[in-house]
Design a binder for this molecule. Structure first.
Ligand code: ADP
Length: 454
């Protein structure tokens, strides 16, 4: 601390009026006044230093990101913000009903490293919710220090501050003073208590943070192993199914000898089932690729309207076969730089769903382009696939975009991954897929794409 330059302070007014005993009494009074002012100033400076240290300690605690860091900051910060010579932090292991000494800073009589929570001062301050001041360690009756240590440090004082969040006791902070140093003032007790509450909140925060990090790491591991499994499994199925289809094709085409019409029909059924399985496997592989961030898209000048017309044409026979009208009303070109194969894949999925889930009525494919009021920024174009099918309840309209989600569709082909892949592709192309639907009236799926160039 910088020494104050020696100057005669101006005496307070009552001191001047009290001077009446001549020069000697005047000098004595004067010295007492100077001393009083010096003490008051030193105290004010000490308080300012402690408050500054408190602010810095609270900031350091708030910025700490791990439990160890916070605990360390509590012990060192507490020492700097009070007149304590040593600080110790205990931590409650609630499940084992034990308390551990987790940090020690400065001068601290050697503690027991771990002891029972029940009956300890860590428990007592948590129950009381405010600090406890023990003026002589000789009166300390907890398991933190052995009898011998307590005897050797009988004249030390300790302030025990609870570290507790509203949910649970976390631990306690012990602030120690040597013999001859006045025990904590009420002001310091109040400040330490506030410090303890802030420290407990910071501990709770990092606890939640660490928990969240652990969970997200576990989720990532799980997702990686799921992707690996899906990939391996799909490849293992794809090859034997491909071989089975090859032999079935030889039979169907009569290369291995002519078959009776009924036999041929059965082989055709077998092949249709194989193709359904192969499509599902293809979807699973796509999903695994998308999850691994390995879906690739290209951007070339494309007329999305032409792609949409082709897709509608591809499904016309299937729709007619199911007694549905398939209208494609998409005449004007919708040009943009995008990936025509991926656009086809997404639209095929939307039209295939519309045809698959609609029992009667119409499936229509329309297109539009514009600017503003779309889920993507800037100029856009879109293709809408509308059906008169069962509709999708409002609370399920986001869920169906999650993989393996199917609504009451067990009797239809599918694995519940088509929309998940389609949305991932749409987003990769800078676009989006949205749905509007009403139960009993039908659904409209809209595939939005950014419009680039002209
Ligand atoms: P899949 O069709 O293989 O089940 P999708 O991811 O394409 O998988 O679709 C997920 C679910 O969304 C479907 O199982 C179905 O319940 C619902 N769904 C999709 N499209 C429609 C539609 N046009 N009408 C009604 N429900 C639909």
């Amino acid at each position: 601390m910088q020494e104050e330059p020696h100057r005669r302070p101006t005496p307070p007014f009552h001191a001047v009026t009290a001077v009446h005993d001549g020069p000697a009494a005047d000098a004595g009074e004067w010295e007492r006044l100077v001393e009083r002012e010096r003490l008051a100033r030193a105290e004010a400076e000490q308080r300012a230093r402690e408050e500054k240290a408190l602010r810095e300690a609270v900031l350091a605690i708030g910025a700490s990101l791990t439990t160890e860091e916070v605990i360390h900051q509590i012990a060192s910060g507490a020492m700097e913000t009070t007149s304590a010579v040593g600080a110790l932090v205990t931590w409650v292991h609630a499940r084992e009903d034990e308390v551990e000494v987790v940090s020690v800073a400065g001068k601290v009589p050697p503690p027991c490293p771990r002891f029972r929570h029940e009956g300890s001062y860590t428990e007592k301050v948590a129950a009381r919710g405010e600090p406890i001041l023990i003026r002589r360690l000789a009166d300390f009756d907890g398991p933190l220090w052995s009898d011998e240590v307590l005897r050797d440090h009988a004249d030390w004082s300790v302030l025990v501050v609870p570290l507790a969040s509203p949910q649970q006791p976390i631990g306690a902070l012990f602030l120690l003073r040597e013999p001859g140093v006045a025990p904590s003032t009420p002001d310091e007790v109040a400040r330490s208590s506030a410090f303890g509450q802030l420290a407990a909140l910071a501990l709770r925060k990092v606890d939640l943070l660490e928990e969240a990090q652990k969970r997200s790491a576990a989720l990532e591991r799980l997702s990686k192993s799921r992707t690996r499994l899906m990939r391996g499994f799909s490849h293992d199925l794809k090859n034997p199914l491909g071989a089975a289809d090859g032999y079935a094709q030889l039979l169907e085409e009569g290369i291995l000898g002519e078959m009776a019409p009924k036999q041929k029909e059965s082989v055709q059924r077998i092949r249709r089932s194989i193709h359904t399985c192969l499509r599902l496997i293809q979807d699973l592989l796509e999903l695994a690729r998308a999850e691994a961030g390995q879906l690739e898209v290209e951007r070339i000048p494309t007329d999305v309207a032409a792609v949409a017309r082709e897709v509608a044409e591809d499904f016309r026979a299937q729709a007619t076969g199911r007694g549905l009208a398939l209208q494609d009303d998409i005449r004007d070109p919708l040009r943009t730089d995008t990936d025509p194969m991926r656009v086809r894949q997404v639209l095929a999925n939307l039209v295939s769903n519309a045809v698959k889930y609609t029992a009667e009525g119409t499936v229509s494919v329309t297109g539009e382009s514009g600017a503003g009021s779309a889920p993507i920024a800037g100029d856009w174009l879109c293709v809408r696939v509308t059906d008169t099918g069962p509709g999708i309840p409002a609370d399920k309209q986001e869920q169906i975009f999650q993989e393996f989600t199917r609504l009451d569709s067990s009797e239809k082909d599918g694995a519940g991954v088509g929309l998940a892949i389609s949305r991932k592709i749409a987003q990769l192309l800078g676009g989006e897929i949205t749905v509007e639907s009403e139960v009993g009236r039908g659904s409209t799926f809209t595939f939005w794409l950014p419009r680039t160039g002209e």
